[in-house]
Write a protein that binds this ligand. Sequence first.
Ligand SMILES: *Cc1c(COP(=O)(O)O)cnc(C)c1O
Length: 223
Amino acid sequence: MSVKENLENIKSNLPKNVILVAVSKTKPVEDLQEAYNAGQRIFGENRIQEMAEKYEQLPKDIQWHMIGHLQSNKIKYMAHFVDLIHGVDKLKTLKEINKQAKKNNRIINCLLQAKIAEEDSKFGLTFDEITNILTSEKLSELENITIVGLMGMSTFTDNKTQIDKEFASLKNYFQNTKKHQTTNCNLHTLSMGMSGDYDIAIKNGSNMIRVGSSIFGKRDYNQ
Ligand SMILES: *Cc1c(COP(=O)(O)O)cnc(C)c1O
């Protein structure tokens, strides 16, 4: 199946409120262009330099999402164009994003990453840590970022009950925390679900899914 057909298949079953991020990490720009030609405008990458190179080569109406773990010293390479940063798991990272956004005269939208999986390998904040960030004095001083929601990844497992439980826990926390609105905190986006589990995520209230292999095919190596 072509990239175009894959996109059409996925989109035909998506509820209207769910935003599809096409995860194009490791894929050549030709593949992204094919998705673009089929109407896709939101792409997700997990390495800042790779995303910046693709940004240079592709049409400028693409919205670029950074979905990977962040290295603070590289944030400057994407601060002028990134549309949404999904994987923020430290206040220190928010400060650096704010600094770079300010230099570029922009406000950058961010999601805080919650740790809902069992695996130690997955990054993220506990719900208490998220609450602490959202209510901290420091956050209100970061005028060039807006926290627009939360992101989470389930455990890599075939156990759908477990995945369901993990997504449900994030959904519940999100529902309760959404009320917390300040000038730079406006929680409306819940980014959960990848190729293997986005149906379960949507059932649990996800309104942004990050889909790679179901659109572009398997990646050569796992990252
Ligand atoms: C790679 C990746 C995805 C997409 O994974 P697929 O299983 O290929 O859909 C989604 N989210 C994050 C954070 C990723 O790193």
